[in-house]
Design a protein around this ligand. Structure first.
Ligand code: PMP
Length: 345
């Protein structure tokens, strides 16, 4: 394994980051005349704290991890791009991912002119370990692992994940976007064992704050420093920091909602299995189900006529004729099931 420093894109390693007014002066002052802000106190006339320190402190206490291991992004989407930018030299380096999976890994590779090397998951959505190990080389910088995986809903075998983190010659990013639905499976308590591991979580799923835009990366202090070096000076706005902090102080609200969504996912699974136009339901540990229908296009269009939209996944490898259905409120799921009850093949 190379030193992590040697994996960083050289110009980023040597970059002098922008020094914002709020980064230069961190103390308390009564008169702030340093940032060309408006002095009229509206609650949002000042720039936000650049490193989302209050949020990192709250997460640090909740997850029992040092704040220097935490980077906050404007959604995990932003972190996907930033990780690609830190490690991949455009036109030279490569990233690996295991479709069907989250689409932004490929888009970020495209934006940053990194080669995207996809290897399809096996039909049961487990990892083809041998072929994956054969596919990487000296240009391989990032391996994206999504666990639980979107859109399949399954958790990757932790022994396989550990083996891949130990054997991949670059950075492994474990995207735990759906981990709040199965928190005991998180790799976060083991972060210190793996210098090349980045764990991504988000407040968009279990925490119910997709509109707030807050993603979290957990990694070594060195990797966090690199992510900070390239971030926009004030990437997390004042409103996001306030709303996220308030929510993080009430984990019991999140836990209650997660429990309800898990039981609704199980109910959907049981009820959907009764329809003869449902071919297969992939086991899920998340707030959604990947369902193979005998004719997914017909079901998709039919549901739209009932005002219900689900996500078509038919174009994804190994997901032919599949729709991804998110567990909604009890009454929304009732409405879905009632509509399907009346569906005639
Ligand atoms: N990772 C996965 C696996 C996702 O499914 C999503 C959103 N669908 C994201 C990341 C993006 O999360 P965020 O809203 O924090 O950008």
């Amino acid at each position: 394994m190379k030193e992590i420093q040697d994996l960083v894109r050289p110009n980023i390693l040597h970059l002098t980051p922008y020094s914002s007014a709020r980064a230069e002066f961190k103390g308390k002052a009564e008169v702030l005349l340093d940032a060309n802000e408006s002095p009229f106190n509206t609650g949002h006339n000042r720039y936000p704290e650049p490193l989302s320190t209050d949020i990192r402190t709250a997460l640090s206490e909740m997850k029992q991890i040092d704040p220097d291991n935490i980077f906050i992004g404007n959604g995990s989407d932003e972190i996907v791009d930033q990780v690609t930018r830190v490690f991949c030299t455009p036109g030279r380096d490569a990233v690996h991912a295991l479709p069907p999976t989250f689409g932004m890994y490929k888009v970020a590779a495209g934006i940053n002119d990194a080669a995207f090397r996809p290897l399809t998951l096996l039909p049961d959505f487990t990892i083809p370990v041998g072929p994956l190990k054969e596919s990487w080389d000296a240009h391989s910088k990032i391996l994206w692992l999504c666990s639980p995986n979107n859109p399949s809903g399954n958790l990757m075998d932790p022994a396989v994940v550990e083996d891949l983190i130990r054997s991949f010659p670059g950075i492994v990013v474990l995207d735990e976007a759906y981990i709040d639905f199965i928190p005991e499976a998180s790799f976060l308590p083991r972060l210190d064992e793996f210098p090349n591991l980045i764990i991504m979580q988000t407040l968009s799923k279990g925490w119910g704050m997709a509109g707030v835009r807050l993603g979290v990366a957990y990694a070594s202090p060195f990797i966090v420093t690199m992510l900070r070096a390239i971030k926009m000076p004030y990437n997390i706005n004042v409103l996001t920091q306030q709303v996220a902090l308030r929510a993080l102080q009430q984990p019991e609200v999140m836990e209650e909602r997660v429990a309800l969504l898990k039981s609704e996912r199980q109910r959907l699974e049981r009820e959907l299995a009764k329809f003869d136009f449902v071919d297969f339901i992939f086991p899920s540990v998340t707030n959604f189900l990947l369902v193979r229908f005998t004719d997914s296009d017909a079901v998709y269009k039919y549901l739209l006529t009932h005002g219900i939209v689900v996500r078509n996944q038919s174009y994804q490898p190994n997901a032919a004729s599949c729709l991804r259905i998110t567990a909604g409120l009890v009454e929304e799921n009732d409405r879905l099931l009632a509509a399907l009850e009346a569906f005639i093949v």
